[in-house]
Design a protein around this ligand. Structure first.
Ligand code: H79
Length: 441
């Protein structure tokens, strides 16, 4: 009897703790669920890492951009000089959004505040923001939000919970250590309130937004982030907005999608993210070269072929591709990246039917490629296969027809106990993606 009561108490206490730590019992609204479907159908978005760090362009070091404050150990007092020469005079929101549309992308996720703590929007709770501290003096997020609305593109906000600048981000985490010159004191609860106030600003002053893309909890893994309270705040302000967090572990209650950084879902080649794949909508984020923020030395640009194949591989694993660019301090996107985005748009113009609105198909992802599917239409994307015959197994569905997506010519095939055997002559191969359109019975 006593043990029972003890157990009950333990369960009750742990439920209470969970309540504080995640949005237990969260039931997404219909609008939220519809937005999840929209998100999964959209498949392709642009990530933007833009902040005062772009002025330094990585400081001549190929591997650094938005992390320069931490990696080059720049004290707050010195870093605070940067905003005074951040002046993106060529920023043209209409051109950015047009570029996004031409690339076949459906949404933008932009850094509203990165780890350096500098707000790229007109924050009222702190003057450490673009309007108060830069000669430019304009709210680029507002300009972008208005343009996105005009051109029917959804806007998401990246928000770093980690903050190397705020005095109340204390005790400090794994990064932003002594070099910052911060006082050895601070009030964690006050920091959380500051963060929730900034989020309230972002969710009330910019119209309906797509969602919030959190990053940085990993900096203080064991801290009490009270994210349940934050998630509830966001879901109350905009029930349709999707919440995701790049905390590298299984999604917490209250989150609406799950992201993977520089990795296809489950791959964990980076070594620091879990391989757990949840039932939530998935998204892979990826740099277009080797950097998130602008890096003047980085010429490690991925080719259009690589980029298209990554988009296809993501779709075949039920994930979106959030492809990143790091705009230059003058507000322009590098010409190399514009060209790659245009090439992807051209590909999507022709082949988008096999990507948008699909889910991963019944044929599991393999080394040779992936499948996507919409109802009875199954698309095999053959990305890397140099032989003339491809055996797909297991394959138990009945087949109505198989054609090459490109010219609708018939594919010779046989369906037997081994699986589906397909003939793909050399002259029918596409070096980026040979797509077979299978109509199932
Ligand atoms: O915004 C971009 C990056 O600046 C940010 N996320 C993307 C979207 C990012 N921050 N950190 N990382 C990416 C890499 C994280 C590395 C980690 Fe670790 C390894 C986190 C925990 C283990 C290195 C060691 C950083 C903290 C400890």
């Amino acid at each position: 009897m006593k043990i029972c009561r003890l157990l009950f108490l333990l369960v009750a206490v742990s439920a209470l703790t969970n309540d504080l730590n995640a949005q237990e019992g969260y039931v997404p609204t219909q609008e939220n669920l519809d937005n999840r479907t929209w998100f999964q159908d959209a498949k392709f978005g642009m990530f933007v890492h833009w902040g005062v760090y772009s002025v330094l362009g990585g400081g001549g070091d190929e591997g650094i951009a938005e992390w320069i404050m931490n990696n080059k150990r720049i004290p707050i007092k010195q870093y605070e000089k940067l905003p005074s020469f951040f002046n993106p005079i060529n920023f043209d929101a209409a051109e950015w959004v047009r570029m996004v549309k031409d690339a076949g992308m459906k949404y933008i996720t932009i850094t509203s505040k990165h780890h350096d703590g500098f707000a790229m929007y007109d924050s009222k709770i702190s003057d450490y923001n673009i309007v108060d501290k830069s000669p430019y003096g304009k709210d680029v997020i507002k300009m972008l939000a208005e343009e996105c609305r005009k051109q029917n593109i959804k806007l998401f906000f990246y928000y770093s919970q980690l903050d190397w600048h705020h005095p109340d981000y204390y005790p400090r985490g794994r990064t932003g250590q002594e070099f910052t010159g911060r006082d050895e004191s601070g009030n964690w609860e006050d920091y959380l309130e500051y963060m929730n106030t900034q989020l309230t600003e972002l969710l009330t002053n910019y119209g309906p937004i797509g969602g919030i893309w959190f990053d940085g909890m990993w900096d203080k893994k064991d801290a009490d982030w009270q994210e349940g309270k934050t998630y509830q705040l966001i879901h109350n302000l905009q029930p349709g907005a999707l919440i995701g967090s790049n905390h590298h572990v299984k999604p917490y209650p209250g989150e609406d999608f799950q992201m993977f950084e520089q990795d296809l879902p489950g791959e964990n080649t980076t070594g620091w993210q879990g391989s757990h794949i949840s039932e939530l909508p998935l998204e892979m984020c990826l740099t277009i070269n080797g950097s998130w923020g602008f890096n003047i030395k980085d010429q490690n640009h991925k080719s259009p072929k690589e980029l298209v194949q990554l988009l296809v591989k993501a779709a075949g694993r039920n994930a979106n591709l959030l492809l990143n660019v790091g705009p230059m301090p003058n507000g322009e996107i590098q010409p190399e990246h514009k060209a790659s985005l245009k090439a992807m748009g051209d590909w999507m113009d022709k082949h988008g039917e096999t990507i948008y609105g699909t889910r991963k198909g019944i044929v599991a992802a393999e080394d040779w490629g992936v499948s996507t599917q919409k109802g009875k239409k199954l698309y095999l994307h053959i990305l890397d296969w140099d032989k003339d015959v491809l055996l797909v197994q297991p394959f138990r569905e009945k087949v109505q027809s198989v054609v090459f997506f490109a010219d609708k010519s018939k594919v010779k095939y046989r369906l037997d106990d081994y699986g589906l055997i397909l003939e793909i002559p050399k002259n029918k191969k596409d070096e980026v993606d040979t797509i077979l359109e299978i109509t199932l019975k």
